[in-house]
Design a protein around this ligand. Structure first.
Ligand code: CMC
Length: 421
């Protein structure tokens, strides 16, 4: 046996093999732990638990490294389009020009949804949060496309993937149009994938619309940065739901709900709401810093800290630069952004934040860019979902192709013992 780990328990020694990834990360393979020892592991929040082996995304939280299929996030953001990155994540390699054309064309052709979906959308109150609506509409897509997909058939799988990639931006943009009381737009075949997102969200019925290059470039980067992040909360949700052999659309719909929470994707909305609250309170950032450090106070500095990045978030670096460029190009002078800058500086120099390795994460800056681009606050997490879609698809596909067992953690029961009725 190669490297292994020994566990002593009740005068017995048990041995468990180590597994090693391509980047030399090691883990203890405890598959036989319960059978051998009668014990389970206890790890709330799965902080030390590897749920799968994956070939999609590599992340080193200490070094601040993020790579999709081996390509650095810095390179991809500089040189690739979002749709190329989607292809890379889902199919494992960057597309050739021919493959890219075909993929884009297939998506364009499928950029329609059944008109009856509008009836479902109509029944939501205007004040409904777009993430709730998006999750429901994605789930409703199943009813309109009920054929089950044979996971072994590459053609059927590709069709399902194209369908989701094509229809998801329509649903996402419609959640925005609904809130604004605007007519619903379809994609324009002459636009790229990212241009179409802007077109469907912002085209007014009485005006021509040409997406601005500043907006399209920034959006392209933001979507790439959010496209995958290994076994985060929403991706783990997609995989665990899919592990019961629920379909791709149903699994993605659950992922959207998981992403909605303010500790995950919802943080970008929470950041701007926090900055606005600080502004409304008079702009005293020190007061809110004190609240964030007070253990009696549930307030947290939104947009700071990360489960895995304990040095810096590489996505935050790229997005900070993009935010600076967008603000400069658009000549935006926003008092809320001044509050963001003060908060960032204070937190970066504060012993509480330094000791706990709490740095601004991607969502600290993404909300700032979205705001500058005129995207409404309640749509921020939907933008995240648009970016994360190819990651969810890739992870779901990998999980099913490897025929992983159903996800089913155990527990340590702490309730009452048997009692008489
Ligand atoms: N403000 C103040 N204190 C914090 C913060 C924060 N934002 N984040 C963590 N801490 C403290 C926490 O109180 C704890 O202190 P102590 O050791 O004294 O008990 C320590 O830092 C460790 O925190 P934790 O909650 O155990 O860390 P975690 O890995 O479980 O949580 C997190 C990570 C992202 C949920 C958390 O940092 C947080 O709530 N941040 C704010 C929300 C946020 O910005 N989320 C977006 C993450 S990036 C987008 C994505 O990929 O989803």
């Amino acid at each position: 046996m190669s490297d292994s780990v020994k566990l002593s328990y009740k005068d017995q020694t048990f041995e468990f093999p180590l597994i090693e990834g391509t980047e030399k990360e090691k883990g203890i393979d405890i598959k036989s732990l319960r059978a051998q020892t009668g014990l389970i592991t206890y790890d709330p929040g799965y902080k030390n638990t590897g749920s799968c082996e994956s070939e999609i995304t590599f992340l080193d939280g200490e070094e601040g490294i993020l790579r999709y299929r081996g390509y650095s996030i810095e390179d991809l953001c500089e040189k690739a389009s979002f749709i190329e990155v989607a292809f890379l994540l889902i199919f494992g390699e960057l597309p050739t020009p021919k493959e890219l054309n075909l993929f884009s064309e297939e998506i364009r052709k499928d950029s329609l949804v059944d008109e009856d979906l509008k009836t479902i959308l109509k029944s939501f109150p205007k004040a409904a949060h777009p993430m709730g609506v998006l999750s429901s509409l994605t789930s409703a897509l199943i009813a309109f496309n009920p054929n089950s997909v044979d996971i072994e058939s590459d053609a059927e799988m590709r069709e399902a993937i194209i369908m989701l990639m094509a229809k998801f931006p329509i649903l996402a943009s419609w959640t925005h149009r609904k809130v604004k009381g605007l007519p619903l737009n379809y994609a324009n075949i002459s636009f790229s994938y990212v241009e179409n997102i802007a077109h469907m969200m912002f085209k007014m019925p009485h005006q021509e619309y040409e997406p601005s290059p500043v907006l399209v470039n920034a959006l392209n980067k933001l979507l790439i940065l959010h496209a995958d992040h290994e076994q985060n909360c929403s991706t783990s949700t997609v995989r665990i739901v899919g592990s019961s052999h629920a379909g791709l659309f149903a699994s993605v719909s659950s992922g959207i709900s998981a992403l909605w929470g303010p500790l995950h994707g919802g943080a970008n909305q929470a950041v701007i709401e926090m900055l606005e609250a600080i502004q409304a309170d008079g702009g005293d950032t020190k007061k809110f810093m004190a609240k964030a450090k007070d253990k009696e106070d549930p307030f947290r500095l939104m947009g700071f800290g990360h489960r895995v990045y304990k040095n810096f978030d590489p996505r935050a670096r790229i997005i900070k630069k993009a935010a600076d460029e967008v603000l400069q190009e658009l000549g935006i002078n926003d008092p809320v952004l001044e509050i963001a800058k003060s908060l960032e500086q204070e937190a970066l120099n504060d012993p509480y934040f330094i000791k706990r390795k709490l740095y601004p994460n991607v969502d600290f800056y993404s909300g700032i860019i979205y705001r500058a681009l005129g995207i409404p606050t309640e749509m921020f997490t939907v933008m995240f979902a648009l970016g994360r879609l190819p990651g969810w698809i890739a992870q779901w596909l990998e999980m099913r192709k490897k025929n992983e067992p159903i996800g089913r953690p155990r527990q340590i029961y702490t309730g009452p013992t048997a009692r008489t009725f």
